[in-house]
Each structure stands twice: as C-alpha cells, then as structure tokens.
Design a protein around this ligand. Structure first.
Ligand SMILES: [Zn+2]
Ligand SMILES: [Zn+2]
Length: 153
C-alpha cells in the first residue's frame, strides 16, 4: 500500500486488475516500468510514450482509449473515515471537540488534494494531470450513454 501511495505523486493511472479486481497503479513517463498487480502479480505494460500528452492535458483514457472523462477531487475516502473513527473515540474525553477537529482536518485534506481524472468507460483514475477544461464533473447522463454503448458494442 505504501509503494502505491508514492507512485501516485507523479503521473499515474490506477485501474482494476482484469484478473482479480485489485487496484493496480501504473506510473507514467518515459522511464515508467510495467505495473504489477498487487493481488495476482499480473503485469500491465506501460502505455506507449507517445500516448502521454506533453501538455499534461488528458484527452483520452490511457487504459481503454475512451474520450469520455470526468474530474473529481482525489480524496482518499478511507483516510477520511479513519480520521472520524479516531475522533469519535477521542470525543468522550474531549467533550466532542475532536469531532470538530476531524471535520476541519477533512476539509483541509479535501482542498489540499488535487483533481483526478476518471474514465466513464473503465473507471481508470488518472493522477497528476492538469485539469482539462473540456472535462466536467461526473454526469450520470454521460455515464448512461457510455454504458449503453459498451453493452451494444
Ligand atoms: Zn490481479
Ligand atoms: Zn478507460
């Protein structure tokens, strides 16, 4: 888990393993090595260097090539949850002040984190890219049209 976090600092794409469904993180760049699934050891070749836009603006999913992408905060829900669990345990001796602190910490985490670009088709999560103005927030209508396209393909 710690190695995955470190890779996420640069350009990377995270996706679910085809074989076992665990999350694999593929670092990107000219010297990127193939990713290995932490669950089953399946290797994924790095996307070709040419696929990486020099502008660091994504136009297509680096995993499946779909051009329907959306942007959301790269917020680690698990970390946020732990902040609250610890705060709840501490709230008795601190008369609830720790819960207030946890809310503030969560807000800080939320705004300190960058944006991640997600693919409507395969759910791959791209980190470290600049926000493409063409990409908006998640839109259920786009998701439905993409789902329909996948089903009928
Ligand atoms: Zn796997
Ligand atoms: Zn995709």
């Amino acid at each position: 888990m710690s190695s995955g976090r470190r890779a996420a600092r640069g350009l990377s794409v995270a996706f679910l393993c085809d074989r076992c469904g665990r999350e694999a993180v593929q670092a990107l760049g000219s010297d990127a090595r193939p990713a290995t699934c932490p669950g089953c050891g399946l290797r994924f070749e790095a996307p070709a260097g040419g696929a990486l836009p020099a502008s660091r603006l994504l136009s297509r999913c680096l995993r499946c090539g779909l051009d329907r992408l959306y942007v959301q905060k790269d917020f680690n829900k698990k970390a946020g949850l732990w902040v609250f669990i610890v705060a709840a345990l501490l709230s008795v001796p601190t008369w609830g002040l720790s819960l207030l602190a946890a809310t503030i910490i969560d807000l800080i985490l939320y705004f300190a984190l960058g944006d991640a670009t997600l693919c409507y088709g395969c759910g791959a999560l791209h980190r470290g890219f600049r926000k493409n103005p063409d990409h908006g927030d998640f839109d259920i209508h786009i998701q439905e049209s993409v789902d329909r396209r996948v089903r009928t393909a």
